[in-house]
Design a protein around this ligand. Structure first.
Ligand SMILES: [Zn+2]
Ligand SMILES: [Zn+2]
Length: 366
């Protein structure tokens, strides 16, 4: 090759590099939930499986699912004791985390090392998160496994209480032992398709963190999180977007869960969440002496439809504010009034079993 041809090749190569199109291989659809004062709202699924226990996907596939559906953080929690694929995939408790780590970093997802301690009911299944090493939890003694998790400073929660076994999720001596040692801090009030009111009640009585996870085993083919169809989601109110901040928030019980069409959590978080989800836009025209109605825009900025109901003489008595949409409602105004307060029940904001949140929408004369 002469110098001249070489120069031309170099120019062509540079041109090829510069003009190579970016590959649009994946799309992420954000799942919108507003931040609370002082906290960022992080969307987390903290319980899922891969081929390293009884799941049917490789760990990196879980990362892609989470990213696509707008999540911020995830924990792969394969069973320590139940590994039906172990002839094909030998027991290596830390491999799911290690295999997913690079993909999680590339997708800007927070990956938490976790596992599922798996016993018949009672005591049932428990997840341990923020572990440094899963291996020491592989021991025949259940209480010792939970203690080992706590030695590592793990956050431990009781999974799918009420799921199976003759005792279902009845609280037993072993739970008292863990509770008195402060060795578990949370409970799943929802898992997969099920809501457990008893777990919800126990969370309130014993001050546990409320959680709601997918516990998914199959591939998740969803493209996005919508009000009609989404993966179970924990909204964790963290001081910043780091695994350490998620851990602090979980220990401090700062969660609301999104399960089917419900948002469930403590009133102290559901109330400010509602206030930030629903924006009342002041009316452009305030009724005069002859007019009686004002038209009010209600903006729902979150990913979940919001169901409102109110008793009383004024319509509308039932109102659905579709996710990420604006709804125009007609509100009767008493002549001369400068302010109207509409009291509603937010039917799908649950502050306790069977107890929806009461809210007030304030409409003020512009
Ligand atoms: Zn389980
Ligand atoms: Zn599980």
């Amino acid at each position: 090759m002469n110098t001249r041809t070489g120069n031309w090749l170099a120019v062509l190569l540079v041109a090829a590099i510069v003009t190579a199109p970016a590959l649009a291989a994946e799309v992420r659809y954000e799942a919108h939930f507003p931040d609370l004062p002082g906290y960022v709202t992080l969307k987390c699924d903290l319980h899922m499986h891969t081929v390293f226990s009884d799941g049917l996907v490789w760990p990196t596939v879980r990362v892609a699912e989470m990213w696509r559906q707008g999540f911020d953080a995830m924990a792969i929690t394969d069973h320590i004791e139940y590994q039906p694929h172990k002839k094909e995939v030998p027991t290596q408790h830390n491999r799911p985390y290690e295999l997913a780590k690079g993909a999680a970093e590339a997708h800007n997802l927070l990956l938490i090392r976790g596992t599922e301690i798996t016993r018949d009911t009672p005591p049932g299944h428990f997840n341990a998160l923020f572990l440094g090493d899963v291996a020491p939890l592989d021991t025949a003694d259940f209480v010792e496994a939970v203690r080992q998790a706590n030695v590592q400073g793990a956050f431990v929660f009781w999974n799918h209480q009420g799921w199976k076994g003759p005792e279902k999720g009845r609280w037993q001596d072993v739970h008292t032992t863990l509770f008195e040692n402060k060795w578990f801090q949370g409970m799943e009030i929802c898992n997969d398709d099920d809501y457990y009111p008893e777990a919800h009640r126990l969370c309130m009585e014993k001050n546990f963190t409320m959680l709601c996870n997918s516990d998914i085993h199959e591939p998740d083919l969803r493209k996005k999180s919508s009000s009609e169809d989404h993966r179970n989601m924990n909204l964790v109110f963290a001081k910043d977007r780091t695994p350490e901040a998620i851990k602090e928030a979980l220990f401090a019980r700062r969660t609301v869960v999104w399960f089917k069409d419900q948002l469930i959590g403590r009133k102290e978080y559901l109330e400010p969440l509602f206030q930030r989800c629903v924006e009342v836009v002041p009316p452009r025209v305030w009724p005069g002496k002859t007019q009686r109605n004002a038209w009010i825009e209600l903006r729902n900025v979150c990913q979940a439809d919001i169901q409102l109901e109110r008793p009383g003489e004024w319509r509308p008595e039932k109102l659905v504010l579709p996710a990420r949409s604006t709804t125009l409602v007609r509100v009767p105004i008493t002549p001369g009034a400068k302010r109207v307060e509409l009291k509603y029940t937010a039917k799908n904001f649950l502050i306790a079993p069977d107890t929806p949140l009461e809210v007030t929408l304030v409409i003020a004369k512009p």
